[in-house]
Design a binder for this molecule. Structure first.
Ligand code: NAP
Length: 284
């Protein structure tokens, strides 16, 4: 039995869709916060279970019988993700899950200025300590995030960023396909595996690509981080949200997202999507 959490979200849902190409629905269960949002899985004969990391008592039953459990990390920036993941890992141990596959992030490290990077490092550590077999899917930064991170550059001609550095922008669709392939594989991967696109462009390189795509000059403006936070607050963003996002740029500038790894290409058997592909969708 394969149990997929976060199936009502984008990555988890796409993983289930990929698994259904090779697995009977009876071999899959989804464990979700809101079963009503999971009707499309029930319609295909997949068992729908209730699981909320914030309700520890819901979890051991939801994870019961899992040879493999895809544990999708908390998506709520305001939540105590480490406490939620602690509940999930404890329940996986109680349910004697065969293997936990956890959606981590490239740059999972206790000193990462991007807060989820620290949470992922703490969760990987608890998996290591749990005695469970585990795989950490260290996905590259989702490339579609560029659509909002770069601001209204198509109108202004300027990408304003509070930090410059290479990032291995990776398509979430590719990360989902790879997760399903790893789950379906006969040879389990132990510990962290980094799943990134093949190139890690700087924002300057991204602006060159954007210039080519739109046929006019797009430039990058690297501004002072505190000035950037002030401008975000002035534009209506809560300060906490602005500082959360600032962490992405600071982590990029410190090289946390700079590495590229051939594993994703090998698993997919094709080139992963590139920033050019993703920006092409944005400007289309
Ligand atoms: N690599 C990256 O760049 C990047 C970027 C953003 C996020 N992420 C991480 O990758 C994960 C998957 O990405 P995604 O795009 O699929 O996110 P998503 O569409 O927001 O899906 C997140 C899923 O997690 C579920 N969830 C959240 N809190 C939960 C809880 N307390 N208990 C049980 N389930 C909970 C959500 O349930 P509901 O449907 O009920 O809300 C949703 O199904 C995210 O959760 C986040 O940790 C990575």
């Amino acid at each position: 039995m394969i149990v997929i959490t976060g199936a009502t979200g984008a990555l988890g849902g796409a993983v289930v869709d990929h698994l259904l190409k090779t697995h009977a629905p009876e071999r899959i269960a989804v464990a979700v916060r809101d079963p009503q949002k999971a009707q499309r899985f029930a319609d295909r004969g997949i068992e729908v279970r209730h699981a909320d990391y914030a309700e520890p008592t819901s979890l051991p039953t939801a994870f019961a019988g899992a040879d493999q459990l895809l544990l999708v990390s908390s998506s709520d920036p305001a939540a105590d993700a480490v406490a939620l993941h602690r509940n999930a890992v404890d329940a996986a141990a109680e349910a004697r899950v065969g293997r936990v596959l956890y959606t981590s992030h490239q740059g999972a490290h206790p000193l990462n200025p991007f807060a989820p990077g620290r949470d992922h490092a703490a969760t990987e550590w608890m998996l290591q300590e749990s005695g469970l077999a585990w795989t950490s899917l260290r996905n590259g930064f989702y490339a579609h995030s560029l659509a909002w991170l770069l601001g209204p550059w198509q109108q202004t001609g300027v990408m304003t960023v509070p930090g410059e550095g290479p990032v291995s922008w990776t398509a979430r669709e590719d990360a989902a396909e790879a997760a399903a392939a790893i789950i379906a594989s006969e040879a389990p991967h132990d510990g962290p595996i980094t799943l990134t696109a093949g190139h890690a462009p700087t924002f300057a390189e991204i602006s060159s690509t954007a210039s080519e795509l739109v046929g006019r000059s797009i430039r990058v403006s690297v501004v002072d981080p505190e000035e950037w936070v002030a401008s975000q607050i002035a534009a209506g963003s809560p300060e906490g949200a602005a500082r959360f996002t600032l962490g992405i740029y600071l982590a990029a500038a410190e090289g946390y997202f700079a590495g590229v790894d051939p594993s994703l290409r090998t698993i997919l058997g094709r080139e992963p999507r590139t920033v050019r592909d993703v920006l092409g969708d944005v400007v289309a």
